[in-house]
Design a protein around this ligand. Structure first.
Ligand code: SF4
Length: 142
């Protein structure tokens, strides 16, 4: 596992990775997950849905760390997944950055595992090593 991400280091994704979401919903369903939402994301999604932040929080969230996570149904399906993401234009950063998460990129073995689950990996535009590092570590400075 890399101690610190660096443009100078070599990674299994040095040549980049192709990715384009196929909308299958595998990452939004099927097993327990945590979808962290911060205060600004909560306000944004509530506005998109046309409900108040307190009502949105009560209906769709439960407390997690210093904010909240989106609730799932009894089959571990995100409450906003119904044959597609119902809040796609305002989906949380965690969803926007999948599958380029620290935990998925920390080893090639982990990446191979997530690649078997996500059919979007290997399709579409090429994400360069630099772009991937920006996504996995947004505060990264060259
Ligand atoms: S598993 Fe991959 S292809 Fe399917 S919805 Fe998630 S990101 Fe898109």
């Amino acid at each position: 596992m890399p101690k610190k991400w660096s443009y100078d280091r070599t990674y299994f994704f040095d040549e980049g990775i192709q990715f384009e979401c196929q909308g299958c919903g595998v990452c939004c369903t099927g097993s327990p997950g945590t979808v962290y939402v911060d205060k600004s994301e909560i306000a944004c999604i509530a506005e998109f849905l046309g409900i108040s932040v307190p009502d949105f929080t009560k209906k769709y969230l439960y407390p997690y760390k210093n904010s909240h996570t989106i609730r799932e149904d009894s089959e571990w399906r995100c409450l906003f997944y119904d044959n597609g993401c119902e809040i796609y234009p305002v989906r949380p950063m965690q969803c926007r950055t999948f599958p380029f998460w620290f935990d998925n990129l920390r080893s090639e073995e982990k990446w191979k595992r997530i690649s078997q689950e996500c059919p979007g990996i290997g399709c579409g535009p090429l994400y360069s090593k630099e772009r991937i590092l920006e996504i996995v570590q947004p505060t990264f400075v060259i």
